[in-house]
Design a protein around this ligand. Structure first.
Ligand SMILES: *Cc1c(COP(=O)(O)O)cnc(C)c1O
Length: 228
C-alpha cells in the first residue's frame, strides 16, 4: 500500500513539475489506468483523492464499476471497441477515449440511457504509424466530429492518441504535435472540445510539453501489469 501511494505521488510530482515548466497555468488531468489491477488498489487511490480511472476491457471494467459504485468515481473506457460491446460501455462508463468509426459513435449514442448525462467522447486519432489498427485519419476525424454534433446522448470533448512507442523525447513530441494541431483546429470549431488525452508512463513529459490535458498512467502508478 505504501509503495502504491509512493508511486502515485511520484507521478503527480512529475506532472506538476512538467506543467510548471510549460508555465501556462494549466493543470493536466491524471487518469489512473487500472486495467488488470485489483479493486483494492483502486480503493486505496480513491481514498487518496484519485477520481478518474481508465479500463481497457469491457467485462473487467463493468465489474469494477459495479463493485465500487459507492465511491462515485469517473470511469473512462480506453480500449478498442467491438460493436457488440458498445451498449455496455455506454451504459456504464462516463467517458470513452477510443472512438474511431461512425458505427461505434452511433451505437454509443443509441445505447446511452436518457436518464444519464451525455457520454463524453474522445475520437482516437491515428498518429505516426499507418499500420496501426486503431485510430481514425485526419479526414475521418473531421467527419466524425461533425457527425457527433447531431447525437444528443454524446458530447464530443476532444482527441486521444497512442503514438508508436519511442524513447526519444523529440520524436515523442513530434508525434504528439500532430494530434495537438488537429485538437486546436477542433477546439476552435466546437465549444465542448477541451480534452487532449495523450501521454502514458513512458512519455508523459513529452505529452504535457506538447499540450496534453489528460495523461493516462498505468505502470508507473500500479507497477507492472500481471501478464495477460
Ligand atoms: C494500458 C494503457 C495505458 C497505460 O499505459 P502505461 O504505459 O502502463 O502507463 C494508457 N493508455 C491506453 C490506451 C492503454 O491501453
Amino acid at each position: 500500500m505504501g509503495e502504491l501511494l509512493n508511486r502515485y505521488e511520484q507521478v503527480k510530482l512529475r506532472i506538476n513539475a512538467t506543467a510548471e515548466q510549460v508555465g501556462n497555468g494549466l493543470q493536466p488531468g491524471l487518469l489512473a489506468v487500472s486495467k488488470k489491477h485489483s479493486v483494492d488498489k483502486i480503493r486505496i487511490l480513491a481514498a487518496a483523492g484519485q477520481k478518474g480511472f481508465g479500463e481497457s476491457y469491457v467485462q473487467e471494467g463493468v465489474a469494477k464499476i459495479s463493485l465500487l459504485s459507492e465511491l462515485s468515481l469517473d470511469w473512462h473506457f480506453i480500449g478498442p471497441i467491438q460493436s457488440n460491446k458498445a451498449k455496455l460501455i455506454a451504459a456504464n462508463f462516463n467517458w470513452v477515449h477510443s472512438v474511431d468509426r461512425l458505427k461505434i459513435l452511433k451505437l454509443l449514442n443509441q445505447s446511452r440511457l436518457e436518464r444519464q448525462s451525455p457520454l463524453n467522447v474522445l475520437l482516437q486519432i491515428k498518429i505516426g504509424d499507418e499500420l496501426s489498427k486503431s485510430g481514425a485519419s485526419y479526414h475521418e476525424i473531421l467527419s466524425l466530429a461533425e457527425a457527433a454534433q447531431k447525437y444528443e446522448q454524446v458530447t464530443f470533448r476532444g482527441l486521444m492518441c497512442i503514438p508508436p512507442p519511442n524513447d526519444d523525447f523529440k520524436i515523442q513530441c513530434s508525434f504528439f504535435q500532430q494530434a495537438k494541431v488537429v485538437f486546436d483546429q477542433l477546439a476552435a470549431q466546437y465549444a465542448d472540445v477541451d480534452t487532449l488525452s495523450m501521454g502514458m508512463s513512458n512519455d508523459l513529459e513529452a505529452a504535457i510539453q506538447t499540450g496534453s490535458t489528460m495523461v493516462r498512467i498505468g505502470t508507473d502508478i500500479f507497477g507492472q501489469r500481471p501478464s495477460q
